[in-house]
Design a protein around this ligand. Structure first.
Ligand SMILES: Nc1ncnc2c1ncn2[C@@H]1O[C@H](COP(=O)(O)OP(=O)(O)OP(=O)(O)O)[C@@H](O)[C@H]1O
Ligand SMILES: CC(C)(CO)[C@@H](O)C(=O)[O-]
Ligand code: BAL
Length: 275
């Protein structure tokens, strides 16, 4: 969606390494935002993005940057009626009731819709996504499988700041202080991860999540508001009561932190995969 950072660049780098041609799409997709979300303020830095791509990949540059308009992507307009969301994609994907789907009921549908459009336009052999948006990756993998789309979905690890904070375009909303507090998001997930591996066997989800919460509880609620914290099956996103080695889980969270300009909260997501 633009406002490019090193997380995006890691996807571009991998694509340049693995393919003859690379297309970058930059499109802030209105259909995945609910009316109360941050579509209007979402950072748009196209010229800087182009400069960053040129500077980071001077030897083998990307072949095209695709920057469509909303009406090019949605020639028949967009239906934003959340009450009417049970369209084909939701039926195919079957995970609209989970996690991001609970707090952002339009999100999975909007992402599936725009990604299928992008796939139809570019027809790539491979398409690259970041593990930071783990649930989005599950939805897209299911969509590609269920709609028999001829592309390979590549998911690359989350690029982090030194503090552990996952890089995200929305980090631009934060003050340096808020960024410091936000680093607790990953510290907590990491504490849960370490606990799980120390158990060396099936582990109760509540025990793992308690370890994460013990870190989150050290933060003041006005600075760090937990929206969800959950352990889910890595492929179906079903909630797990027990995490079993071999089957594994995605431990994911969404946290709201104050925006630097005082205009409310920024919502940040992160996750770790338990093997
Ligand atoms: N830190 C990261 N590491 C690896 N991939 C990332 C990272 N951040 C984003 N991506 C991936 O880049 C692609 C484009 O994401 P998007 O433009 O929404 O950026 P974002 O930084 O995730 O923005 P947002 O702040 O809206 O979450 C997605 O596949 C996303 O998972
Ligand atoms: C998958 C995506 C491109 C759909 O707009 C977006 O959600 C993103 O960039 O993560
Ligand atoms: N990185 C996912 C885009 C979104 O939050 O809408």
């Amino acid at each position: 969606m633009g406002a490019l950072h090193e997380g995006h660049c890691s996807l571009v780098k991998q694509s340049i390494m693995e393919n003859d041609h690379t297309v970058v799409s930059i499109f802030v997709n209105p259909s995945q935002f609910a009316p109360h979300e941050d579509l209007q303020s979402y950072p748009k830095t196209l010229l800087k993005d182009m400069e960053l791509l040129a500077a980071r990949f001077p030897n083998k540059p990307v072949d095209a940057v695709f920057v469509p308009t909303v009406s090019e992507m949605y020639p028949s307009g967009i239906t934003l009626d959340v009450g009417n969301q049970r369209g084909a994609f939701v039926l195919v994907l079957g995970c609209s009731e989970q996690l991001e789907g609970v707090t952002r009921p339009q999100f999975f549908r909007g992402v599936a819709t725009v990604v299928s459009k992008l796939l139809n336009i570019v027809t790539p052999d491979k398409i690259y996504f970041g593990q930071k948006d783990a649930q989005q990756c599950v939805v897209i993998k299911n969509m590609v499988k269920d709609l028999l789309i001829d592309t390979e979905v590549r998911v690359l690890p989350t690029t982090r700041e030194e503090s552990g904070l996952a890089m995200s375009s929305r980090n631009q909303y934060l003050s340096p202080e808020s960024k410091q507090h936000s680093a607790a998001i990953y510290r907590g997930l990491n504490a849960g991860e370490i606990f799980y591996y120390s158990q060396n066997g099936p582990t109760k989800s509540t025990d793992i999540l308690d370890k994460v919460r013990s870190i989150y509880n050290q933060e003041e609620k006005s600075r760090f508001e937990l929206e969800y914290l959950s352990l889910n099956h890595p492929e179906t996103l079903d909630k797990l009561d027990i995490v079993t080695p071999g089957e594994g889980a995605i431990m994911s969270t969404a946290v709201k932190v104050p925006r630097a300009d005082g205009s409310g909260q920024a919502r940040l997501i992160d996750n770790v995969v338990l093997k």
